[in-house]
Design a protein around this ligand. Structure first.
Ligand code: SF4
Ligand code: SF4
Length: 179
């Protein structure tokens, strides 16, 4: 008999494997925008880092003892499951710009349960959106970082100009010690 099941069949087993990581979970500007709207930003903000390698700036959720900081080890649950980042919504599906592929072939949810058309469509949309968001964020973050640095420099110069001569000398002494 012909197998009529879709190629991609997946039901999350809530094993937490994808929340155990060496590197942080990618966060995109669309996640920040969504979290700002739904209030999740207050919960996640202390755990978001920006890393700046030569030629690439990225945002991610921090890792603590090999796990995403949003993972609750005791209950084995994501603290922000309903509002989790787009990268986690799409997992283990990915889109590379030309087609769908598996981001993790070892995910225990693969091949489990039934895959409704709606669920498949939802995951495909999330994977496509992740691909788009990754590119958009990579294009905007360097400009955003430059603007923030410019603003910080301006504020530092203003603060410095308000110091008395004595305070300026003390500050210069401290800075010399740090060199
Ligand atoms: S997506 Fe896969 S690895 Fe992650 S919790 Fe679900 S079953 Fe486990
Ligand atoms: S945000 Fe939630 S689902 Fe995503 S890696 Fe962290 S704990 Fe897991």
């Amino acid at each position: 008999m012909q197998d009529t099941r879709p190629k991609f069949v997946f039901t999350c087993q809530r094993c937490g494997r994808c929340c155990e990581r060496e590197k942080g979970v990618a966060v995109y500007l669309s996640d920040i925008e969504r979290w700002s709207r739904d209030g999740t930003i207050y919960q996640v903000f202390p755990s978001i880092s920006i890393s700046s390698d030569p030629g690439s700036i990225s945002m991610s959720l921090d890792i603590d003892e090999g796990r995403c900081k949003m993972y609750e080890a005791q209950s084995k649950e994501c603290r922000i499951y309903e509002n989790r980042p787009i990268a986690c919504r799409a997992f283990p599906l990915r889109h590379d710009g030309s087609g769908f592929l598996l981001g993790d072939k070892e995910c225990p949810g693969l091949g489990k349960g039934e895959m409704s058309k709606e669920a498949l469509q939802e995951m495909r949309s999330a994977a496509s959106q992740e691909h788009e968001d990754e590119a958009k964020t990579a294009a905007v973050l360097p400009a955003l970082q430059a603007l923030l640095l410019k603003e910080m420099t301006k504020q530092s110069e203003e603060a410095y100009s308000k110091l008395s001569d004595e305070e300026k000398s003390k500050l210069e002494e401290i800075l010399k010690k740090d060199k």
